[in-house]
Design a binder for this molecule. Sequence first.
Ligand code: ATP
Length: 852
Amino acid sequence: MPKAEAIQVTIRIRPPSAAESAIGDSTVCHQIRDNTLSLETADGKANIECAYGAVLGQEAGQEDVFEAIKGTIVGVAEGINGCIFTYGQTGAGKTHTMLGSSPGNFDGITVRAVRRLFEDLHRNKTEQQKGGEESRFQVHCSFLQIYNEKLQDLLSGAESGNLNIREHKNSKTKKAEVFVSGLSEYRVTGVEDVLTLLSAGTRAREVRATDMNDISSRSHAVLQLSVEAESMGEDFSVLKRAKLSLVDLAGSEKMSTKSVLGKEHSKELTSINSSLSALGNVMSALGEKSRKHVPYRDSKLTRLLQDSLGGNTRTSVICCVSPCQSAAEETKSTLKFADRARRVMLHVRTNEVVDDKVLLARAQSEIARLRTLLKMYMGGTGVEIGLEGSPSKIPRGGGGGIGNAGMAVEDLVQENARLTEQNRVLRLALKRSEGGEGLSDKTTGAGSVGGTSEKNTQSTYRVKKRLPGNSKNMNDIYSTGMGSAGRKSPNRGGTQGGMQSESEDEAGGADLATLRRELGRKNMGGKRGKVGKMEKELVKVEEEHMKAKIDKERIRKEREELERQLREMEAGGGGDDDDSMFGGEEGGAEEDDSYTEEAFEEESGVDVGGGDRENKEIVLGVIEMKITSPGKKGRSPSPITTNKGGTGKGKLAGKAMARPGGLDKPMMHNTGPLIQGVRADENSNTSNVQSSTVGAHPPRDGKSVMVRAGGVGRRAGRGRRSVDRTKPLPSTMQISTSTLVNDEDDDPTAHADMTYTMADLGMRVGVYSFRYDLHYPATVVGYDHRRRMHCVVYDDGGEGGGEGRQWYDLRAKKWKRWEDTVKEGKGKKGRKKKGKRESQSAPEIKHRGGRG
Ligand SMILES: Nc1ncnc2c1ncn2[C@@H]1O[C@H](COP(=O)(O)OP(=O)(O)OP(=O)(O)O)[C@@H](O)[C@H]1O
């Protein structure tokens, strides 16, 4: 449940600057208590006293500031978004507070926050591992500035240009979230990595001298860390995601009447002041109880901070002020802003994806808690707070009683858990029948099916191995890891096999009804207080009972459907027909049970993460992949195409490719000097643009590095290209994920990555690797036995209905549109039309592979 909380406001009063001291500027702003300050107005007539979350005086150090705001950071590792920003006039101490006391000396909030974040993540991981859970996390970092209303990537060199803010609908919350399209994100493994990026980014930031500050930041800078932490037990998985935004705003500045400003300076000033005033207006609107419209779109700053200001983010503002008389007016206006900020209420919640089984376990424990509570009210064993009067007046035997009612509900919930497990096994049986595969099943927490083995590589991938041979013997299936009820052969007709009968099921309801009558009588007897409490508990139990019944019905239907599919499958002989549908040469081939992870890597070029891959990588740049515009009938904007072209060696040399929409400008960003010690972002997808960072493995010969393109797997295949690491990557060098995959063979027509949506996972895909992604809920690498294709799945979270997905047939070396493979998969009828459909999709195929 979202929790309402206010924006936390801290005021920091800096010491007088050398210039202020030199002119003997008097001190008019003082901290008078922990949370209160006083300010004499410029005319010296009034003394304002204001209280805020915290007030830090001149002597406060960086650690004191961190202590005051750390509450915003501690939730991040637990899945709560956090945002900290500094506000104030130019020279008031924002950059000092946020970044550090001198250029390059990062002793401010940012580095402390990042350190704390990693400490929390490591501590959680250790604790979870001690508790027998598998636990991992990953953090990605981006750094941008808003300068003259333009968004610029501070980590991608001068080529970043003007980036756009877009919206992405969160498939879980159904709410729009903003993101910056094309912004590079770097995988960071600790505070040192972030410092590397900070130094690179701050060097690229716009600064100039102002009247108040020799090195004044003329842009708003936003450092963002995206955190994903996952823990998995035997039958559950929990994924927490959060973003920490650390914002150093540019300072407001008075239009000087004394000095004539240069054109650039005056443009900056206007743009800074108007974006800060937009920020103030947003704060005002958010602070109004009966607000109708919040003008987020009035500036890039407010649009970008939209989620932090009025959404699901714990936010802290540090308002920096000068203590001196000459700045009293600006200090007053900063305090006004602080005042508006503290009125803003946020609705903060944990961003957590919990596997169904966890929810069930939670519901069960809640029922157990209620039961204990009710037993206590009834004066059962261990009672301390029994009902007044004789507990025996409330029937406790078979005739009713809350104890029995609670028991009945709990039984029902347990029954549901058992049946859900049976369904899972049935689903597994179905997959086995279909394709001889152990599957990643949502209910098992990304695929811990019996017989699989896993290994972790760094913190990103989980690799699945195949299940040993197929088994269609239902009794065998049920005898593995099932409760006694499940060991029965399932009733093909529907609801036996451990299903509770309706009359048993109703028993809980009967208990509850009897109990309600009894409570009515008690009420009449004048014992309103305790009876009232008991009634509340009773209502809860009734609700649980109802929910459990609904769940049961849903599970029953699911089971019927699974059994029906299994029957059909057994009658129809499984997926053998389909083998002949994809590439005639494979017709009738046996399932390749010995297919191994190594074979997968060998054939697909997709690195599933084995071996000694603990080496750090070097980030080189970003590739953008665009989805083409929707087709004729507004369907399927597939395929995902990558920016291509190249001026490197071999066949790729000098063949820049046109991109959809006529954009043939190269999109591969060169970071300039190579940044070492930062691992590449594997794949950072957005709803319609995918950005994959290009990374490289450390030099083996001391000088050259191996370049790889992100997309899938740690190296995304055999994308090897030797680059002299002592020099910047040539800006003309163009790399696309698919190019690199087969670059080793210098065969640009063949690619080994392909995409499709998670919705199809339930079909015939053996999962080799599974990871949570930044913008998409999941990325899966697998092998489709039926079609004999390796595939990569980018789950778009249900948005877009799976549009944009693509398959690549490795053997036939052809791209297929997903719709074609689906129709083909339905039988020979579909196959006849195959040629036609493939020719229809030819332009797209050519576009992607047409470098040769
Ligand atoms: N609390 C402080 N203690 C000591 N020196 C400080 C403090 N706050 C700021 N300063 C010094 O004051 C000067 C201006 O600070 P800073 O650059 O952080 O201001 P700013 O608010 O970021 O200004 P601008 O908006 O122009 O970038 C710097 O030299 C900084 O070191």
